[in-house]
Design a binder for this molecule. Structure first.
Ligand SMILES: *[C@@H]1O[C@H](CO)[C@@H](O)[C@H](O)[C@H]1NC(C)=O
Ligand SMILES: *[C@@H]1O[C@H](CO)[C@@H](O)[C@H](O)[C@H]1NC(C)=O
Ligand SMILES: *[C@@H]1O[C@H](CO)[C@@H](O)[C@H](O)[C@H]1NC(C)=O
Ligand SMILES: *[C@@H]1O[C@H](CO)[C@@H](O)[C@H](O)[C@H]1NC(C)=O
Ligand SMILES: *[C@@H]1O[C@H](CO)[C@@H](O)[C@H](O)[C@H]1NC(C)=O
Ligand SMILES: *[C@@H]1O[C@H](CO)[C@@H](O)[C@H](O)[C@H]1NC(C)=O
Ligand SMILES: *[C@@H]1O[C@H](CO)[C@@H](O)[C@H](O)[C@H]1NC(C)=O
Length: 659
C-alpha cells in the first residue's frame, strides 16, 4: 500500500477520501480516540449523492491553521473528475481521466502540465483505486467515505450547520496506511431543507479528527473540517464538459493522441481576424498549392514598405514573382517572393518555394495533441495543441499553438463536405508571452477562382494586349445562363491555344474575359493578355514563358486553323463545342498606363513583404500571416459523377483541353 505524504497538501486527501480499506477497524485502532459506534436503526441514511456533481469544498485544516479550496467536478458516467485547487496562493488543476487512465497535473499559474498514468498517480486515492494496470473511479459515497461496508454509522441528531438543518452521523475509523484513528462526522441537509438547487439531503460538512502515527512513531493530532458549498447536480452535457479539460493554451503532452489532426486540402480560402493585445486586424487569404498561387489582402501593420493603404499581394510561385498591389492607388510593384513569408519557405539559400498546406497551417512540426472540446465563438470545437521552438525564429523559446475546429456535428452551407473540417480559431502563445488569436471565418476549401489572382494592375499598355474573337452557333441561351462556366471554358481554350514551344501560357496572364453577343447570334469573347512575368523570380526553376508577341501569334494561328474550341459543359445538361470563327481574332489596345514599380533585388530573402519579419519584429507583422479568401468560388462540375465533387481544378484542367 502506498505510503502517503504527510505534508499539508496531502491532509485533505489522505483523510477524507483515503484508500478504501479492507476490514476497516482492527487491532491498531487508538481507542482513546473512539470505539466503534452502534449503528442506529430507524434513521435512514441519505441517498447517495448524485453521480455527477460540482461543488466547492472548503477544507479547513484546523490543526495547521489554513484553508484549501477545492472546486470539484465529478462525473461518474463519463469516468472523470476535475479539481481546481487553491492553496497557499497557488492554483492547480488535477484531472482524473479514468476512461484513458491518465492523470493531468497542471500548474495553472505557470501553465505547465504533466500527464502520467492514473493508476500510479499519487493522488489517485482521492477519487479512485488502482486495479491492475488501470484505475477504477470511486462512487460518491466512497468519495465521502460514508456508508462504507465494515463501518457502522451512528445517527446522532438533527442539528444546524451554517444555518442549514442537517442530519448528523458519526463513525469511528481506522486507516492502517497512515495509522490514523479518527472520528468522522457527516452532515447531510435535512429532507425538508431545500438547497438553492432544489435538492435535499446533500453533503454539507464532514468533520474528521483524531490521531495519526507518523513514520517516526510519533502521534500527531489532526482536525479537518470540510465544508461543502454550492453542491449541485450537474448535467454532463454541453457546457459542463468543459471543466474536464485542461486550461486553455496549456500544452499537455500525453501518450495517447485520441484524435488525429485533420489534413488540409491543397486549396482553400478564408478570412481571418487577428487579435493581438488590443489590435484587431483582418486579412483574407487564398491558397492553391496545385496552381502554386497565393493571394492575401490586408492592411499594412508594422511594415510600411508599400505605404499604409490596403494591399493585395499575389504570389505566383510558378515564376517566383510577388505582385504587390495598392488597392486604393491602383499601383503595383513586382518583387521576388520572400522566402520567409507566411506562405513560403526557403528552398535553398537564395530561393523560395510555396509552403505545403501543412506548413501553411503550421502542422508540419510539433506533435499536435488532441486536447478535447472547447467552445470558441459559440461553436463547440475540437482542439489540438502543439509546442514548437522555431517561432518566430529557430531556437526560440517554446511557443504553444492551438487549433480549434468545429466538431463534425456542424455542417457548412457548402455543396461539398469539408474534408479538412472547419477551422474556427488558432491561438498562438509565443515563448515571450506574446498572445495571438486568429479567428478564421468563411473557410472554404473549394478551389479559389483563377480570377482571384488578378495581377493586371501590374502590366501597362506596353505589356498587355486586348483581343476579341467570335464563336459561331446558336449557344446564346446556354452561355448566358452559365456565364462563369463559360468564361472558364474560354480560359481553358485560350490557355491551350496560347501554349507553344512547350511553354505553357499561365492562366494568370489571361485576364478580364468578357462576353458579348453579336446581332447575328455570334458570341464575342474579349480578353486581355498580359506579358510574361518579370524575370526577377525567387524560385529555383521559374517556369519559362513565351512573351506577348509569341503567345498572340500562337492564339491567332489556333483560331485561323479552326483549333480554338471552347467546350462548355453544363451540369446535368448538354455539352457544347464552339469553334472560334476563323480569322475572327481582332487586336485592340486600350491604353492603360499603370504605374508599375519593379524593385529588383538580388537577395530574395531580404525582399518581399514579410522579409525579416519573422526574425525582427515578427510580432507585429504576424498579422500578415494568415490569409483569408472570400473569393467567389468556382465549383467545377465533375464530368463523370454529376455531383459537385472535385475540389481539384488542376493544371491539366487549365492548360489542356479535354478530348
Ligand atoms: C449502504 O451500503 C449498503 C451496502 O454496503 C447498501 O445496501 C445500502 O443501500 C447503502 N445505503 C445507501 C443509503 O445507499
Ligand atoms: C494555530 O493557531 C493557534 C492560535 O490561534 C496557535 O496556538 C497554534 O500554535 C497554531 N498552530 C499552528 C500549527 O500554527
Ligand atoms: C446534536 O449532537 C451534537 C453532538 O452530540 C450536539 O453538539 C448538538 O448540540 C446536538 N444538536 C441538537 C440540536 O440537539
Ligand atoms: C504606390 O505608389 C506610392 C506612391 O508613389 C508608393 O509609395 C507605393 O510604394 C506604391 N505601392 C506599390 C504597391 O507599388
Ligand atoms: C519545449 O517543448 C518540447 C516539446 O513539447 C519539450 O520537450 C521541451 O521540454 C520544451 N522546452 C521547454 C524549455 O519548455
Ligand atoms: C455529435 O455527433 C455525434 C455522433 O455523430 C453524437 O454522438 C453527438 O451526440 C453529437 N453531439 C451533439 C452536441 O449533437
Ligand atoms: C509601363 O511598364 C514598364 C515596365 O514594364 C515601365 O517601365 C513603364 O514606365 C510603364 N509605363 C508607364 C507609362 O507607366
Amino acid at each position: 500500500m502506498r505510503h502517503l505524504p504527510t505534508h499539508k497538501m496531502a491532509d485533505f486527501t489522505t483523510l477524507v477520501v483515503g484508500i478504501l480499506l479492507i476490514g476497516v477497524v482492527h487491532g491498531q485502532l487508538d481507542t482513546t480516540v473512539c470505539t466503534p459506534y452502534q449503528a442506529t436503526s430507524g434513521s435512514p441514511m441519505p441517498p447517495p449523492p448524485p453521480n455527477t456533481f460540482e461543488t466547492h469544498i472548503e477544507a479547513n485544516i484546523n490543526n495547521r491553521n489554513y484553508t484549501v479550496d477545492y472546486h470539484v467536478w465529478y462525473d461518474k458516467p463519463n469516468n472523470r473528475v476535475a479539481t481546481h485547487i487553491r492553496n497557499a496562493g497557488a492554483r492547480k488543476e488535477k484531472l482524473f481521466r479514468f476512461d484513458t487512465n491518465e492523470y493531468f497535473n497542471v500548474d495553472r499559474d505557470m501553465g505547465v502540465c504533466r500527464v502520467t498514468p492514473l493508476n500510479t498517480a499519487d493522488q489517485l486515492y482521492l477519487f479512485g483505486k488502482p486495479v491492475g494496470n488501470t484505475a477504477v473511479m470511486k462512487t460518491p459515497f466512497e468519495f465521502l467515505n460514508f456508508n462504507m461496508s465494515g463501518t457502522s454509522y451512528q445517527y446522532v441528531n438533527k442539528t444546524k450547520i451554517r444555518g442549514v438543518s442537517c442530519n448528523m452521523w458519526r463513525s469511528c475509523n481506522y486507516w492502517p496506511n497512515v495509522k490514523a484513528s479518527f472520528i468522522a462526522e457527516h452532515y447531510f441537509s435535512d429532507t425538508n431543507w431545500m438547497t438553492s438547487r432544489l435538492t435535499a439531503q446533500l453533503p454539507v460538512r464532514v468533520h474528521i479528527y483524531g490521531n495519526a502515527v507518523d513514520p517516526d512513531g510519533k502521534k500527531r493530532r489532526f482536525d479537518h473540517m470540510y465544508e461543502f458549498i454550492d453542491f449541485h447536480v450537474q448535467s454532463t452535457k454541453g457546457k459542463s464538459s468543459f471543466p474536464y479539460e485542461t486550461p486553455t493554451g496549456v500544452y499537455c503532452p500525453r501518450a495517447k493522441n485520441l484524435k488525429p489532426l485533420p489534413t488540409p486540402t491543397s486549396a482553400f480560402h478564408f478570412t481571418s481576424e487577428v487579435i493581438f493585445g488590443q489590435t484587431i486586424s483582418r486579412i483574407k487569404e487564398w491558397y492553391d498549392s496545385d496552381m502554386s498561387l497565393v493571394r492575401y489582402d490586408y492592411d499594412p501593420l508594422g511594415d510600411y514598405t508599400w505605404g499604409t493603404k490596403p494591399l493585395t499581394q499575389v504570389h505566383d510561385f510558378n515564376t517566383g514573382v510577388a505582385y504587390v498591389i495598392d488597392q486604393l492607388r491602383g499601383n503595383c510593384s513586382a518583387v521576388p517572393i520572400s522566402s520567409t513569408g507566411f506562405d513560403s519557405r526557403k528552398a535553398d539559400a537564395t530561393h523560395a518555394r510555396i509552403r505545403t498546406a501543412k506548413e501553411f497551417f503550421y502542422f508540419d512540426k510539433g506533435s499536435y495533441i488532441y486536447e478535447g472540446r472547447r467552445i470558441a465563438r459559440g461553436i463547440i470545437t475540437d482542439v489540438w495543441t502543439a509546442q514548437r521552438n522555431d517561432w518566430p525564429a529557430p531556437n526560440s523559446p517554446n511557443s504553444t499553438w492551438s487549433w480549434y475546429f468545429a466538431t463534425s456535428n456542424y455542417t457548412a452551407n457548402l455543396a461539398d463536405v469539408l474534408s479538412f473540417g472547419n477551422p474556427v480559431r488558432l491561438t498562438l502563445k509565443g515563448g515571450l508571452g506574446q498572445y495571438y488569436v486568429y479567428n478564421i471565418y468563411d473557410y472554404d476549401e473549394r478551389r479559389p477562382m483563377i480570377w482571384s489572382y488578378d495581377i493586371s494592375k501590374c502590366f501597362n499598355y506596353t505589356s498587355r494586349q486586348d483581343f476579341s474573337f467570335r464563336l459561331a452557333g446558336s449557344y446564346r441561351s446556354l452561355v448566358s445562363g452559365n456565364m462563369e462556366l463559360f468564361r472558364y471554358a474560354c480560359l481553358r481554350a485560350i490557355v491551350k491555344a496560347g501554349t507553344s514551344n512547350n511553354m505553357n501560357l499561365s492562366p494568370l496572364r489571361v485576364f478580364n474575359i468578357q462576353i458579348d453577343f453579336a446581332d447575328n447570334s455570334d458570341i464575342i469573347v474579349m480578353f486581355t493578355l498580359l506579358d510574361k512575368a518579370p524575370q526577377i523570380g525567387s524560385v529555383s526553376n521559374p517556369k519559362p514563358e513565351n512573351n506577348l508577341a509569341v503567345v498572340s501569334k500562337s492564339i491567332s494561328a489556333a483560331i485561323n486553323g479552326g483549333q480554338l474550341i471552347v467546350k462548355l459543359q453544363v451540369p446535368l445538361k448538354n455539352t457544347a463545342s464552339m469553334v472560334a470563327k476563323k480569322y475572327s481574332l481582332a487586336q485592340t489596345q486600350n491604353m492603360i498606363k499603370n504605374a508599375y514599380y519593379q524593385n529588383v533585388q538580388t537577395s530574395s530573402s531580404s525582399s518581399g513583404v514579410s522579409g525579416g519579419a519573422m526574425a525582427g519584429m515578427g510580432v507585429a507583422l504576424l498579422v500578415v500571416f494568415f490569409v483569408i479568401g472570400v473569393a467567389v468560388t468556382y465549383v467545377y462540375y465533375r464530368k463523370q459523377g454529376g455531383a459537385f465533387g472535385p475540389k481539384k481544378f488542376g493544371d491539366e484542367d487549365i492548360t489542356t483541353s479535354e478530348s
